[in-house]
Design a protein around this ligand. Structure first.
Ligand SMILES: Cc1cc2nc3c(=O)[nH]c(=O)nc-3n(C[C@H](O)[C@H](O)[C@H](O)COP(=O)(O)OP(=O)(O)OC[C@H]3O[C@@H](n4cnc5c(N)ncnc54)[C@H](O)[C@@H]3O)c2cc1C
Length: 290
């Protein structure tokens, strides 16, 4: 049985606002591709919740090594009473599917090796394991005032991309670019009229580089288009230039952010994200002024 209770401490995360935490119990496990593990969860606390978006996400809570508490715990009390290094460590994951009548959801975890907390935890998780989480949050879904959607990301963003394909408004079309390790690592995708899934094979290249190449090659659709681009931060940086500087795409027509960053834990990435985004905007303004 995987134990989410013993982990390295949060690296650099400050004391955060407490959210009400819920319990998720693992009910099933499936390897849906060489690089993705789907865990099914039961969570009666989400029964009746209003979850209208396609990018709903949760914050899984891992108890740091040396802490004297274990799940279930009172998150508000722990947040108020424990020093920074003993606060729960959060890891963000998309609800690939959610059923608010049954109180169940699926999460697809990238099995990215032995480093980290959530990826390794998912690899060793078994039915019956329990974990606390905050959320769900969420903000985006395909809206009917667009004709076309371009969705792009690596394996970490595939759950949000595929959830969006399942919520396409009637009469709209979508192209989803999904970067995977090799073309042997594809997995089941939503299908339907107007849905085009393009697999982009990394083939040993740095995460995100083949994806931005594919987007550039594909160009800008002529239909009224909404963009959803998430995944490794370095790819997001280049895609912002492609959209906002080179393509003149309005920021209102794009949901775009880094889900993770090469060589950084989620704590390190979240801590540096504001500066990374500010730097990107500065570079974009400089390029636009040329
Ligand atoms: C809104 C949102 C939704 C997300 N949804 C999902 C989701 O549904 N499924 C999912 O798998 N991820 C998702 N992510 C990304 C996930 O939160 C990060 O990948 C996170 O860093 C994983 O935590 P970890 O404990 O496994 O690794 P960490 O401890 O954070 O990192 C350890 C090391 O692993 C590397 N690493 C982290 N993620 C990856 C990766 N995907 N591929 C290769 N190397 C990696 C890091 O760069 C670091 O070097 C989402 C992120 C956000 C912000």
């Amino acid at each position: 049985m995987a134990n989410p209770q013993t982990t390295p401490g949060p690296q650099g995360s400050g004391r955060r606002k407490a959210m009400k935490a819920k319990t998720a119990t693992v009910t099933g496990k499936q390897r849906i591709s060489p690089d993705l593990i789907r865990l099914s969860f039961s969570c009666p606390e989400i029964i009746g919740a209003d979850l209208p978006f396609s990018d709903h996400y949760i914050k899984l809570l891992f108890v740091p090594e040396g802490a004297d508490y274990a799940w279930p715990f009172d998150l508000a009390e722990i947040t108020a009473s424990k020093p920074r290094e003993l606060q729960p460590v959060r890891r963000t994951y998309t609800l690939r599917t959610v059923d608010t009548e049954a109180g169940t959801f699926d999460v697809d975890f990238v099995a990215h090796g032995d480093e980290g907390l959530a990826g390794p935890w998912a690899q060793s998780a078994d039915a019956g394991d329990v974990i606390g989480f905050g959320g769900p949050g969420g903000a985006w879904k395909p809206e009917a005032d667009y004709e076309h959607f371009v969705l792009a990301g690596d394996e970490a963003a595939a759950p949000a991309i595929f959830a969006a394909l399942e919520q396409l408004p009637a009469g709209t079309t979508a192209t989803a670019f999904v970067e995977i390790a090799t073309l042997d690592a594809t997995f089941a995708t939503p299908t339907g009229e107007g849905i085009d899934v393009v697999w982009v094979s990394r083939d040993g290249a740095t995460h995100g580089t083949k994806l931005i190449d594919a987007l550039r090659q594909s160009g800008y659709p002529t239909k009224k288009t909404s963009w959803f681009v998430h995944g490794v931060a370095e790819m997001v940086k280049e895609t912002r230039k492609f959209l906002f500087v080179e393509g003149g795409v309005s920021k209102e027509d794009a949901s775009i952010s880094g889900y993770w960053r090469l060589g950084m834990t989620e704590d390190q990435w979240q801590q540096s994200k504001m500066e990374f985004n500010a730097q990107n905007e500065k570079e974009e303004q400089a390029l636009a002024g040329q």
